[in-house]
Every structure is written in structure tokens, then in C-alpha cells.
Design a protein around this ligand. Structure first.
Ligand SMILES: NC(=O)c1ccc[n+]([C@@H]2O[C@H](COP(=O)([O-])OP(=O)(O)OC[C@H]3O[C@@H](n4cnc5c(N)ncnc54)[C@H](OP(=O)(O)O)[C@@H]3O)[C@@H](O)[C@H]2O)c1
Length: 293
């Protein structure tokens, strides 16, 4: 089965390519090989390759920068998925698309379900929400996976930032009043391939929007604590900096982030039997990969 991957050099894109199972032929396209905002380039690529599945790992993901570069963020995150949906429709392909916990306002007192009201607090979240809607408007056979707090071996992420800063500073100050679910890029890729295998076998899927994120939920400060402790244990760090909890107010950023963006992942488990991965296990794997680098 042919799969076209966009955003192949991103954190998740890279893992999708690396974890391609047998039985699939993958055409992986980076941003320079295929820009998803270019409707005619997307149409040409799709018409020529005729994939059965398009996996979209391309996005504008710079949450703070999006506030000052909103046109670009909207173009990639809204127009991009619309272009992919339209091209998919023309060849009978389906689209697996990624979205974010930042489509939510973060003011609930229970984990967010797919049916909960959205209410993005910044340009990034708003543009990603618009992308979900634009894709669904073009293509009913779309599967949207909302995920959160992604980390992986490729690209920039919180794990790598914590490790770098630990080598440079005596003290790290990390926000302790935002709660979410760290998720490894590899676990997202595995989830997408699991869905692709099901589609390949059955010729159909229960289309729609699903939440998929790591467990257990934690704050950025908890996440940092785990990263540092595990990095010390694995020999990646030889000393620990002091780790101080701070509030969101202590660390102002251009984009406002949801205080609580924990995703309830029971729908994907009940529908497909796909369980939440323990991000601490994935973190150990990542640290081991970094140690061997
Ligand atoms: N990172 C997170 O914490 C997080 C959290 C929740 C959801 N998500 C979602 O998960 C998905 C994957 O995120 P990620 O962390 O893997 O992001 P990433 O590492 O930033 O990768 C995004 C990729 O998209 C590419 N891209 C940007 N503009 C493009 C365009 N116009 N055409 C084609 N490709 C383009 C980028 O290429 P260049 O680098 O060359 O620009 C990059 O390779 C995204 O949908 C994101 O919204 C991420």
C-alpha cells in the first residue's frame, strides 16, 4: 500500500519514516521537496504517486513565533491540510492528520474528550483547529490525531532543551502550573502505522478525531524532573542542576498556553484497542539513543 508522507524531516515525520512496516511503500517528502501550502504541487505529487494514504506530519509548530507570524502559521496549518484533503479526494486516498491539545482553552477540570468544546488561546492552536475543520470539509475519510507535548530524537523539543540547559546552568526554573501529557514521536508514529495496518486489512476505518497522548499526565516541572533524574541515571548527565518550580506568570511568553490540556484517550482505546504509551518508558529509550550518539 502506498503512503505519501509530508513533513518528513520533523520530529514525528522522521519516526513515521523510520518505523515504516513491511507491506507499505513510503514516499517521504520534506518541506523543501513538497510544500503543503502549494496547492498545485500537492495535487501533482498526489496525482503522480497515487497514494492510498497521505500522512501529514507537516505543520507550523513554533507556538510563540506564530503570534508574530500568523499569516505563515495559518497558511501551513489551515491551507495545507485543505490542499491535502482536496488532492486526496481526487485520487480516492485517505488522510491521517496530526493536531494538538492547544485547540483547547485549558479551563476544564477533567481530561479533554474529543466532544469537549474547543477554544484555542493562541494563533498556533487556532490555526491547527482551522486545519482540522478545513481537512474535514474536503474529505470525510480523514483521521485526525490530536496529540501533545511531543519529544523525539530529531528536531527541537523540551527533553533536548532541558539536557542542554543542564550542562550550561546551575539552576533551571520550570513552569509547574501547566498540566499535560508528554508523548514520544515514536509512539505517535507507531499509532499511525497501527491505524494504517487496520485500514489496509479492512479497507475502511472509523474516521474522525481521536486523542492520543502519553501517560501519566504531569506538569512541565514534573517532566523536567523525570528527564534530569533519568539522564543522570543513564550517565547522560554527570550532575544535576537545581530545579525550581515557577508559575506561568513568572515566565511570560508571547503565546498564552492552556493551563490544563490533558487529553482523555479512551476513545482511541475503545475503538481501536490502542493504549496510551507510558512516556517515561519512551523517555528512557530516547535518552539511550542520545547517549549512543
Ligand atoms: N511538537 C509538539 O509538541 C506538538 C504537540 C502537539 C501536536 N503537535 C502536532 O504534531 C505534528 C508534528 O509535530 P512535530 O513536533 O513533528 O513538528 P516539527 O518537528 O516542527 O515538524 C514539522 C515539519 O513540518 C515541516 N513544514 C513546515 N512548513 C511546511 C510546509 N509548508 N510544507 C511542508 N512541510 C512543512 C517542517 O519543515 P521545516 O523544518 O523545513 O520547516 C517540519 O519538518 C504537527 O501537526 C503538530 O502540530 C506537535
Amino acid at each position: 500500500m502506498r503512503v505519501l508522507l509530508t513533513g518528513a524531516s520533523g520530529q514525528v515525520g522522521h519516526e513515521i519514516e523510520r518505523l515504516t512496516p513491511t507491506g507499505f511503500e513510503l514516499l517521504a517528502r520534506t518541506s523543501s521537496q513538497l510544500g503543503i501550502t502549494d496547492a498545485s504541487a500537492v495535487q501533482t505529487a498526489v496525482s503522480e504517486y497515487k497514494p492510498a494514504i497521505i500522512m501529514n506530519a507537516a505543520a507550523y509548530t513554533a507556538v510563540d513565533q506564530a503570534e508574530s507570524e500568523s499569516e505563515r502559521a495559518w497558511s501551513v496549518n489551515q491551507i495545507g491540510p485543505a490542499n491535502l484533503g482536496k488532492a486526496a479526494q481526487s485520487v480516492g486516498a485517505v488522510v491521517f492528520h496530526l493536531s494538538t491539545d492547544y485547540v483547547f482553552a485549558g479551563d476544564l477540570n477533567h481530561a479533554y474528550r474529543e466532544t469537549d468544546s474547543t477554544g484555542p488561546t493562541g494563533v498556533y492552536g487556532a490555526s491547527k483547529l482551522a486545519g482540522e475543520q478545513a481537512l474535514l470539509a474536503q474529505l470525510q475519510r480523514s483521521l485526525i490525531l490530536r496529540t501533545s507535548w511531543v519529544f523525539g530524537v530529531h528536531g527541537k523539543n523540551f527533553v533536548k532543551t532541558m539536557l542542554k540547559l543542564s550542562n550550561e546552568r546551575e539552576e533551571l526554573r520550570v513552569v509547574a502550573d501547566q498540566r499535560g501529557c508528554p508523548t514520544s514521536a515514536a509512539s505517535i508514529a507507531n499509532c499511525l502505522w497501527e491505524l494504517a495496518v487496520r485500514y489496509q486489512k479492512a479497507g475502511d476505518l472509523q474516521w474522525g478525531t481521536y486523542h492520543f497522548a502519553g501517560s501519566p499526565a504531569c506538569t512541565w516541572h514534573d517532566f523536567a524532573q523525570e528527564i534530569l533524574n533519568r539522564a543522570l541515571q543513564s550517565g547522560l548527565l554527570d550532575k544535576l542542576p537545581a530545579l525550581r518550580p515557577i508559575t506561568t506568570q513568572d515566565y511570560p511568553t508571547p503565546a498564552q498556553r492552556p493551563a490544563f490540556s490533558v487529553l482523555d484517550c479512551s476513545l482511541i482505546q475503545n475503538t481501536f484497542g490502542i493504549c496510551q504509551p507510558d512516556w517515561r518508558v519512551d523517555l528512557d529509550k530516547l535518552l539511550e539513543e542520545l547517549r549512543q550518539d
